[in-house]
Design a protein. Structure first.
Length: 165
């Protein structure tokens, strides 16, 4: 592993342990040249996935891009980072378990939306607004209306909040 401080190719592992959810291994490393200490994470990758974009292009699946997208939708939301990591791991596992070497960007979006819907509805609406390319306020209203209808007890929080005004 290359040292991020001096670029030395030869670093030493000082400590290895599994993460809390046992989905990866955390390694503490030290560079013998500069003495820099840093942490790396090692994950199992079942297969190399390719993403088929709407434009027809094929690009390698990028877990970091998925993490950034989910993080943007969850910005300033009270969601534990461990739950976010479990969500990302679940989405990746679900995509890898399709058995196909290629997944569509549409499939990724749908899987992420389903996971976010169960985690945080505000993040779900944020992600959906970008993924579904909302252009009008009515697009938001329709999505929130769908969420309100699915709330247990008939009338959802969003609908109840608008009636109180």
């Amino acid at each position: 592993m290359r040292c991020p401080f001096c670029g030395n190719q030869d670093t030493q592992v000082k400590d290895s342990r599994p993460t809390d959810d046992h989905s990866s291994i955390r390694r503490r490393r030290i560079c013998p040249d500069c003495g820099g200490r840093f942490t790396t994470f090692e994950r199992v990758q079942l297969r190399e996935l390719m993403v088929l974009k709407r434009s027809g292009r094929r690009v390698p699946f990028d877990r970091d891009k998925l993490t950034r997208s989910v993080s943007v939708s969850l910005r300033k939301r009270p969601v534990d980072p461990e739950r976010v990591e479990r969500l990302i791991n679940g989405v990746v596992r679900q995509l890898e378990s399709t058995g196909e070497p290629e997944v569509t960007s549409q499939m990724i979006g749908e899987v992420v939306m389903k996971a976010l819907r169960n985690l945080d509805t505000v993040a779900y609406v944020r992600f959906a607004s970008v993924y579904r390319n909302f252009r009008e306020p009515q697009d938001f209203k329709a999505l929130i209306g769908e969420l309100a209808l699915e709330e247990p007890g008939g009338e959802g929080e969003a609908e109840a909040a608008t009636k109180d005004r």
